[in-house]
Design a protein around this ligand. Structure first.
Ligand code: SF4
Length: 791
């Protein structure tokens, strides 16, 4: 087929014997929740033949990354599970004991177990575990609170160290949802819209948007802005593609972001580079903040962060004097015990420089006019920013108070309506305060090194449950080890859905996922929720969501997306990509508060540089620096034994967390788990490129193939996360090699910040032992097993 420019084409059209469907995808597979534009070419037999980027997408403009381009190998992968399957609990860990069942029987099994648990233990003895979130924003809270009726939704990562610490800090300090940088995606005409201004500076702080357009920021937009003059400041221990093109690169020691942020505040305040008008009229606690950061001079931060003080000064000035600038802050902030305070610093920087809700600065979402009943400020903040709370509120106070972690971390539990992950693990292991008997695992590979810390403990803990049902696209080591029922999920091209950046809390782009194909007996998360809700007699939920279309329309109405529920899904699907328009300076017009008063939805109505919310739960109201729990400074004796700083979790082009290891082309790109080691360190260890090593510390060990590269700092190593080996023996105890290269066995639980958020995934310590053996995957055998693209 020759390449054709399809600008202006409808959502569905015929071309060269194919039906072409234009769509905006959210995983599975891939990433979330962003919505790159795809064209899906479906042949006469209903088979997906080809994927291209959609030139009509106003942001990605036809550009795609390899994961979506290789979608066929995911959808038609020979190891994909296409039918519901069941297995007797005594056969857990045995791959050949699964047998096909029907959806009807699967729902009946869930109902029978749920009824039994409610009668004998109480509904709180059911838990629902999740990972990154899937399929148009039906998150685990909805499954837990509304469908199953339990308060114990739980994202199992220690300290919920992914995105939520940032979002919760923003809600507490500004009353808004996580503020995305204004890259022009939300306004018609994008960069050329007359209301929009190109950011002079964008700071990428622990964020690498090119390998994965995460949450709401498209990497392509950054490239477009750089072509239009935007300069980049990179704050990252590693060198990545964008860092090599940055004006300033601060290669800080992992885990020291809060010290770096305080030093920027010190420079900007002392040199009076802040926006006086914004500080005087819209901020609370500036003097207290000034006093707090007074000691954190660039020179002091230089010692902590191991970055030259003058470079810190240069970066802070460059950000502050820009007419408009944004800070895109990533997972590196969350995956750190001190992460909430680092987030507090970044929010303070955004606020005092006057970049909040300014064209080309940092955007916040508009508050909904009505707030459901809620007892605490944090919950009402989330409701006001469009977050779904109906199920949480409907549980009632008595049941909500039974959520694991409610007493210890009320802000964590109430703000994200989740049980605390580390305390959930304790509960599973000890049956205290009560026993968890049954669980749902919503498309998360808990024991693979993506999510849970000390994954072997989670493995043992999950096996103690009486009944687990799981939803996913592929069999995973977690399901193989612990589950009794497998419900197969659709991939994005197999269902209709909606796709909103930042879970609608700070909306930039709104996309429609249009169904193009049908595969096996798979169902979408929404279909499962609605059907299971009916089966379980969850009247309130089912009345609102009679079917998948009703769910889509209700969700838009609830989050005020694309005309609310006024236009039917079948009408808006034709638009595929929608830029809803932006209101700037909403704090001046009453659009950030449900009562439509000016200001912010906080106690003082201002951005709380001094946080009443933090103070109210017994935490320090101002940012502070806390050394990582294990480091050459906090544990010098241990650091002699484990001399390297271990960081993990960097995104790759081939994989999304633990997904895609069975996808031939993607596996060819990155066949073995890699440990990045600086050449100086490699030389000292006598380590050669491609040699296998064991990394270990007081918590665990894992094996990796060395990649000797100056992109990591001397003294720091970066281990890839997410690894397991679908080509290996699936039975217990091997479980597809899930323990072989499991970096999360080196990460401890319970090293959370004072609010319960954050964990040291990015800043542990380890030693490196070079190995003589090679564990390279045999790609010929791999290809034999997985190379079969259907038609
Ligand atoms: S970032 Fe890549 S995998 Fe994610 S939706 Fe866009 S093209 Fe697909």
């Amino acid at each position: 087929m020759e390449f054709k420019n399809d600008l202006g084409k409808p959502w569905k059209y015929e071309e060269d014997g194919f039906t072409v469907i234009r769509t905006s995808v959210w995983s599975p597979p891939g990433c979330h929740p962003v919505g790159c534009g795809l064209k899906l070419y479906v042949n006469q037999a209903g088979i997906l033949e080809k994927i291209e980027g959609d030139e009509n997408d106003p942001i990605t403009k036809g550009r795609l990354c390899v994961r979506c381009l290789d979608l066929k190998e995911v959808i038609y992968n020979p190891s994909r599970i296409l039918y519901p399957m069941k297995r007797h609990p005594q056969d857990r860990g045995k791959a050949d004991k699964w047998e096909r069942t029907t959806w009807e029987e699967a729902y009946a099994m869930i109902k029978q177990k749920r009824d039994f648990v409610i009668k004998n233990y109480g509904v709180e003895a059911i838990a629902a575990y999740s990972g990154t979130g899937r399929n148009g924003g039906i998150m685990v809270q909805e499954f837990a609170h509304e469908v199953l009726g339990t308060p114990n939704a739980c994202y199992t990562q220690s300290g919920y160290a992914c995105y939520t610490p940032r979002a919760a800090a923003t809600a507490a300090i500004t009353g808004c949802y996580y503020p995305e940088i204004d890259y022009g995606g939300g306004v018609e005409g994008t960069y050329d819209n007359p209301d929009y201004k190109i950011p002079e500076v964008i700071v990428l702080w622990g964020k690498e948007p090119l390998p994965s357009n995460g949450d709401g920021l498209f990497g392509h937009a950054l490239i477009d802005l750089m072509k239009r003059g935007t300069q980049i400041i990179s704050v990252d221990p590693r060198v990545n593609w964008l860092a090599t093109r940055s004006a300033v690169h601060l290669r800080l020691r992992p885990g020291t972001d809060a010290a770096m942020g305080m030093a920027w505040l010190n420079v900007i305040i002392n040199e009076e580079l802040y926006d006086r008008d914004f500080v005087e009229n819209w901020c609370y606690g500036f003097d207290e903040l000034k006093e707090r950061v007074a000691d954190m001079t660039p020179e002091k931060a230089a010692e902590i962060c191991q970055v030259d003080g003058e470079i810190i000064r240069k970066a802070a000035r460059m950000y502050a004097v820009a007419a408009q600038a944004g800070i895109a802050w990533g997972l590196a902030i969350d995956q750190n015990q001190n992460g909430t305070q680092a987030a507090q610093c970044i929010l303070s920087l955004i606020a005092i420089t006057g970049n909040l809700d300014k064209p080309g600065g940092q955007l916040v979402g508009e508050a909904k006019p009505a707030v459901p009943e809620a007892e605490d400020g944090m919950t009402s903040t989330y409701a006001a920013t469009g977050h779904q709370l109906d199920g949480w509120v409907a549980l009632g106070e008595e049941l909500r108070n039974k959520t694991i972690g409610m007493q210890e971390y009320p802000l964590y539990v109430n703000s994200i309506r989740n049980a605390h992950a580390d305390l959930m693990l304790d509960c599973l292991m000890t049956d205290k305060p009560y026993r968890i008997v049954m669980a749902m695992i919503q498309s998360t590979n808990i024991i693979a090194p993506t999510n849970s810390a000390e994954s072997k403990k989670w493995h043992q803990a999950l096996k103690r449950l009486d009944f687990i049902f799981a939803t996913d696209v592929f069999m995973t080591p977690t399901i193989q080890a612990c589950a009794d029922l497998f419900l197969p999920l659709k991939c994005a091209p197999e269902h209709d859905s909606i796709n909103y950046t930042h879970y609608s809390g700070s909306q930039i782009h709104f996309g429609i996922t249009n169904k193009a194909i049908e595969v096996g007996q798979c169902k979408s998360d929404v279909e499962i929720a609605v059907e299971l809700g009916k089966y379980l007699g969850r009247e309130q939920y089912v009345t609102r969501h009679t079917d998948e279309k009703a769910w889509l329309n209700n969700r838009r109405a609830q989050r005020n997306l694309m005309g609310g529920g006024k236009e039917d899904f079948d009408t808006i699907r034709e638009k595929v990509h929608i830029q809803q328009g932006r209101k700037y300076y909403k704090y001046k017009t009453g659009h950030l508060r449900p009562d439509r008063q000016t200001g912010f939805l906080t106690t003082t109505g201002r951005v709380e540089l001094y946080s009443y919310m933090f103070e109210g739960v017994g935490s320090d109201p101002l940012p502070y620096y806390q050394e990582p729990p294990f480091s050459p400074y906090s544990t010098p004796e241990l650091a002699k034994e484990y001399p390297f700083i271990l960081t993990t979790g960097a995104r790759t082009y081939a994989y999304f967390h633990s997904e895609h290891r069975q996808v031939p082309l993607l596996r060819e790109l990155n066949p073995n788990p890699l440990l990045e080691v600086n050449p100086e360190d490699a030389a000292a260890l006598g380590l050669l490129e491609g040699q296998w090593v064991e990394i270990s510390n007081q918590f665990g060990e894992a094996k990796f193939k060395a990649k000797v590269t100056p992109t990591v700092r001397q003294g720091t190593v970066m281990a890839q996360h997410g690894w397991w080996f679908p080509e290996q023996e699936a039975d217990e105890p091997n479980l597809s090699g899930v323990w072989h290269s499991n970096v999360n066995t080196l990460i401890p639980n319970h090293y959370n910040g004072s609010l319960g958020f954050g964990a040291p995934y990015k800043c542990m310590i380890c030693k490196i032992t070079p190995l003589k053996e090679s564990y390279d995957v045999d790609m010929n055998r791999f290809q034999e097993k997985f190379r079969k693209v259907a038609g």
